[in-house]
Design a protein around this ligand. Sequence first.
Ligand SMILES: [Zn+2]
Length: 469
Amino acid sequence: MVLVKSTLAAILLMFGSILSAATFADTRVQGVVEVVWGDPPAETQQPAHFRIQVRSDAGQIIVVPSDGPERDALARLAGSRVELTIGAEAADGSPELRFLRMIATEQGDAMLGGAVLGSQPWVSLLCKFGDVAAEPEDLAFFQGMYANQPGGLDHYWREQSYDLIDVVGSTAFAWVTLPNPQTFYVPTPGSGTSANLNRIFDDCTAAVDPVVDFSNGGNPFVGINLMLNERLDCCAWGGTRFATLDGISKSWRTTWNPPFAYANQGVIAHEMGHGFGLPHSNNFDNDGNPYDSHWDVMSSATASAINDPTYGRLGKHTLAYHKDRLAWISAAQRFEPSSNGSYTITIDALALANTDNYRMARLNIDGSSRYYVIEVRDQIGYDGNLPGRAVIISEISSGRSEPAWVVDGDVPPANANNNEGSMWRVGEVFTDAAAQIRVEVLSATANGFEVGITVGPDLPDGVFDDGFE
Ligand SMILES: [Zn+2]
């Protein structure tokens, strides 16, 4: 197993105290990796948040700082059981965390960031803060949210995954009341990051326990959408949470949703996407805001979205890079040249239910972990309100918090990427000469574009309408 060694700026024990390095010196800890992403309402323009923590078997929560190089490795182990050593102090006085290994479990719930296939039943738990009586939506709203009807999440995830997943069997239960008032769980409603997500999860699942069987009659729920009746902190949150519920010990895909989240189904789809292990994607302006790409429900959940009278702005498709991670794109539908040369391929719109052509091209860069993904987007299905029909090019770099950035040929890149610079049209050429990659949009086809791809040192001359040189 790869050894990842990093310096911990802080180790927090969320059940009360902050442990010193000495307390943990050379201590081996086994536990489960939990990751959660925090998303503020779009209109606030506030930053995104991300947490990785390890829930030890003793119930301690070890918070892994999000700025270290180990973050991506651990994030990809979301839901996995791991062994860590909390070691001696480093030169700067802070303790060291060493990730030792991943521990296989019988339940096969490791690597939640990988393939997601088959039926994925979720349960919505509607929990009211003890001092807030409001019920912003009724039970029928939350049950209907899972429908296999346009606008419903079952319909949505089927289209998104080409029927490789569904959320059949998902349901919602009537509002219950938490034992404590809002400010017990959320010291500063509407701001900060101090919502006690752990306690909300524990109290909400306990409050519904008399009526909810998490084993679901032998078809256990995979995920839990916690629907709150008032604000949390900055954000809605989505990721994973390890817990034992009705005898089932596993990492549950989990989301924490204040009313602004369930006002738009696209936000719930985004949070469930985090539950399925997806990170954010981004546009190309390098401004640190991961919500300014119109081409991915995992960036802006609601921009360029279809509107539904009941469920608000609906989720659109996610980038081909993300679908590939989830194993929703077959090898036959992924073009990945293994040798230098020029190729002409047809890529069809990503939202098409079926295709005999490619859904994506992956262009690797020699000697680099960076690569490009080429896809086609069109105004089809849940992509129906996208800016237009175009080739979309993403630069993938797994070491950053949003691995996929949609390339923008404009200089400077636009603040939001519903712009021509991000939409590669017939006759336009993208060239990354240093990477020895050239992509030319040759012609429109029935369902996409014919694309000319050249990789290697002998790039042809061309009119570089967009792109790098
Ligand atoms: Zn998010």
